[in-house]
Design a protein around this ligand. Structure first.
Ligand code: NAD
Length: 280
């Protein structure tokens, strides 16, 4: 029988811990404030932004909302970020990605002060992660480490395969697993013999962006499978990168979609906002 890793429950635990820490800071007269910037009105981005604002409200963080029109120029966005960088009452700055095509995402990310980079995307945050220094860690991979630890799944010495090498998920995920003393293999779109490589994994982390691509043929018996993918099917139901019903019987533990990795991302964003008090 396999264990279903309950991201909904674990994310609530983390948000409740954040809530307590925020209350304790308030007693010391310290308020935490997150600035959330959205450019354009992509419906998916609006849903994410609203969920982030709701989470702030739940844990007692003040959120400032900047909803800018699609035609906002890169210079205008940079000048807003610079204003927020200089504002001591703002702890964290988040620009919802993707930004419209006429704006260079890399330039925007590097404009955010590393001290306020609660998404953990700035090169300074990524560099600190790589050499094991304190700093903000990208929320989805950080959430996966929490899922594993709080489900009592040991990482040290395990063979871990991460499929996907994006800057937001795959790469930071691999570094975090290395930091936890796993033996890590990164697989990607040019990897040969993907099935054989995945079959070595005690812990398989899938962040490919292809609906239900991973079947039981990729799974070693007893593996732990973490599904980062999220897709909406034609029948409007959500699915991941893993074919759950086929894969689950071969696992010792697996994350569902929805209710697995998804809820952890916002919980870890909240944790980064609370951590900002001690990181700055
Ligand atoms: P991405 O498109 O930036 O990266 C996908 C990676 O998968 C690439 O590195 C690519 O090399 C690899 N890949 C693509 N096809 C492959 C193949 N056939 N075989 C092996 N590797 C292949 O995506 P991303 O931003 O890393 O996100 C991955 C998935 O996770 C998406 O479904 C995304 O929606 C989801 N996601 C979920 C959350 C969450 O909070 N749950 C957060 C971020 C991303």
């Amino acid at each position: 029988m396999y264990q279903i890793i309950d991201g909904k429950m674990i994310s609530t635990q983390i948000k409740d811990e954040c809530k307590e820490r925020v209350a304790a800071y308030k007693e010391q007269g310290i308020d935490i404030c997150l600035a959330v910037i959205q450019v354009g009105n992509d419906p998916a981005s609006s849903v994410y932004v609203n969920n982030k604002k709701k989470a702030c409200e739940y844990i007692g963080i003040r959120s400032l909302s900047y909803e800018l029109p699609e035609e906002t120029t890169q210079e205008e966005l940079i000048s807003l970020i610079e204003k927020l960088n200089a504002d001591d009452s703002v702890n964290g700055i988040l620009v919802q990605l993707p930004v419209p095509k006429h704006i260079d995402e890399d330039i925007i990310i590097s404009t955010i002060s590393p001290k306020k980079d609660v998404d953990g995307f700035h090169t300074q945050s990524v560099g600190a992660l790589c050499i094991g220094q304190p700093g903000y860690v990208s929320c989805t991979p950080a959430g996966i480490i929490e899922l594993l630890k709080r489900s009592n799944i040991s990482i040290e010495g395990k063979e871990c395969v991460v499929i996907g090498r994006s800057n937001i998920v795959g790469k930071p995920m691999s570094i975090l697993m290395l930091r936890e003393n796993a033996t890590v293999t990164i697989a990607h779109s040019r990897t040969k013999d993907l099935k054989d490589i995945c079959k070595r994994a005690d812990i398989l982390i899938v962040a490919i962006g292809r609906p239900e691509m991973i079947t039981s043929e990729y799974i070693k018996d007893g593996a732990v499978v973490i599904d980062v993918g999220i897709h909406r099917r034609e029948n409007n139901k959500l699915c991941g990168d893993v074919l759950f019903d086929d894969v689950a019987p071969h696992c010792s533990a697996i994350t569902p979609v929805p209710g697995g990795v998804g809820p952890m991302t916002i919980a870890m964003l909240m944790k980064n906002c609370v951590d900002s008090v001690s990181l700055t």
